[in-house]
Write a protein that binds this ligand. Structure first.
Ligand code: CS2
Length: 490
């Protein structure tokens, strides 16, 4: 079989015939951003927005991207000079673009280089996509989990930091020691008030090491929040084969996504920033309305579809949303969440909901329910529990959100409806399995009793316990497909 040459700076001209080439000169692009977590989402979202911002507004905003968890992504990017392709696929067709802003790639074996990169004078932004669990925090409170093994390891004097909080603190300490000014730390993860959450976690981590450093960070570093939105399935072997056929070059770091992309960013960058507004981002003074709408509508539906869909035997979100009852169930879930939102000015909620359904239904994007089902203990608080908490306090219904919680409980039991094992990926997977024994009511009580996820309040709410137990019992007796078919009917 003819093996393709590899995408790289040298072969980039050959890609021009079929892919949009970056209108920047990678050879001359200086690094201004250090990014933690160069997974598929970062490559499909921030890196593409930053590239468009540089194309339109210039500036040395190249990215030094660090992979905290695995060598696979650095191994795929380094032979390609950091270049990779982004394949957008939806009903409007396909579009292939090349990204060239990753000018340095750091793997887990070289994490000491991250602190050094953050301490360079040219570095003005440190951004993160480390997923919810990467913050080593308590999902219910948003506080640093000081008992987290990675945090404990990073606090050992002389240790090379491995966690995101540890790397941020190490880099900021090096920056302070070098007599440099502050910069902006920009979270791009699906956490509520992600900038304030990151600030709280970093200040606590710094204070555990050196109170003077914490004070310096508090005065010198901005922590703008941002809301990020783009659906990016984990790339597959088939994706790489498709891209190689289109490009005529092999690209081991390609990503596949939708054409939609949204980035809403708080304008707080004391050391400067790329012209993000020229790169398709929206700069605002307060991200919270955008973030809550996205987390409690898109992500809440995503998680509910993921658990119910997986249990009902649907491999992808597009398969599940087409199955009987799923779209109605999601619509009622959104009806429940709507009163808890303070919508951004000018929002057409009906149009936003319709766009979400169309995005979920995209048959060209194989977004696996199993992938979205990961790390539910870290996701449920901001996706479903906030709506439940607000509606319980206001005396409003939350039946569909409670069903989403019950579907998660059924999923983390780890056995599907055909008796097959479910590969449950979650930082708390061992505890979740241990609490998934006994009757539906016993399991509901045991899981609701996880205060790190549900807080101290929800476990004590008899009405919620009864509703979640009832849904869990129905899921056990009737199966997810049958429950989904009739759930919205009330
Ligand atoms: C998904 C998100 O995997 C998940 O948890 O719900 O990654 C989702 O695709 C993005 O937030 C969409 O913007």
């Amino acid at each position: 079989m003819q093996t393709n040459a590899r995408l790289s700076l040298a072969t980039l001209p050959r890609a021009a015939a079929v892919a949009r080439r970056p209108a920047i000169d990678p050879h001359r692009l200086g690094v201004g951003i250090v990014h933690l977590g160069c997974g598929a989402f970062h490559r499909a979202h921030q890196a593409m927005h930053v590239q468009r911002a540089i194309e339109a507004g210039g500036g040395d905003w190249g990215i030094a991207a660090a992979s905290l968890r695995g060598e696979a992504v650095p191994a795929s990017l380094l032979p390609q000079d950091g270049l990779y392709s982004v394949l957008e696929r939806d009903a409007d067709g396909m579009r292939l673009s090349i990204n060239a802003v990753l000018r340095e790639v750091i793997g887990p074996s070289r994490l000491a280089a991250v602190a050094a990169a953050i301490a360079r004078p040219a570095t003005r932004i440190v951004s993160l996509t480390v997923t919810e669990k990467g913050y080593c925090h308590d999902p219910a409170t948003g506080e640093l989990d000081e008992a987290h093994p990675d945090i404990r390891a990073d606090l050992v004097p002389g240790a090379v930091a491995r966690s995101a909080p540890g790397l941020l603190v190490a880099g900021l300490a090096a920056r302070r020691a070098a007599g440099l000014g502050g910069l902006a730390v920009l979270s791009c993860d699906n956490l509520p008030e992600n900038g304030a959450t990151t600030r709280r976690i970093v200040l606590r981590m710094a204070a555990l090491r050196d109170p003077g450093l914490a004070a310096w960070i508090a005065g010198e570093v901005d922590f703008p929040s941002s809301m990020v939105d783009r659906m990016v399935p984990a790339p597959t072997v088939a994706d790489r084969a498709n891209v190689a056929t289109m490009l005529g070059l092999s690209d081991e770091a390609c990503v596949v996504t939708e054409s939609f992309s949204q980035w809403v960013v708080e304008a707080a960058f004391r050391a400067g920033r790329p012209a993000l507004e020229l790169g398709g981002a929206t700069l605002v003074s307060d991200v919270r309305p955008f973030e809550r709408m996205k987390l409690r509508l898109l992500n809440a539906a995503h998680s509910t579809i993921a658990y119910l869909g997986y249990l009902a035997g649907h491999e992808t979100v597009s398969d599940a949303i087409a199955a009987p009852g799923f779209a109605s169930l999601v619509g009622r879930l959104w009806d429940e969440a709507a009163p808890t939102l303070s919508l951004p000015a000018g929002t057409d909620l009906a149009a936003y909901r319709a766009s979400l359904l169309a995005r979920f239904a995209n048959p060209h994007l194989a977004h696996r329910t199993w992938q979205i089902a990961m790390d539910g203990s870290q996701k449920l608080p901001q996706r479903l529990l906030g709506t439940i908490r607000d509606n319980l306090a206001a005396g409003r219904p939350c039946a569909m959100a409670a069903l989403g919680v019950a579907a998660w409980m059924r999923y983390v039991r780890g056995i599907d409806e055909r008796g097959q094992a479910i590969d449950v990926r979650d930082p708390l997977a061992v505890e979740l399995a241990a609490r998934s024994r006994g009757s539906p009511g016993e399991r509901a009580d045991a899981l609701l009793g996880m205060s790190r996820v549900f807080g101290a309040d929800l476990a004590r709410h008899a009405g919620l316990r009864a509703e979640v137990s009832s849904w869990l019992g129905r899921l056990e007796r009737e199966g997810a497909a049958a429950v989904a078919r009739t759930a919205a009917a009330g």
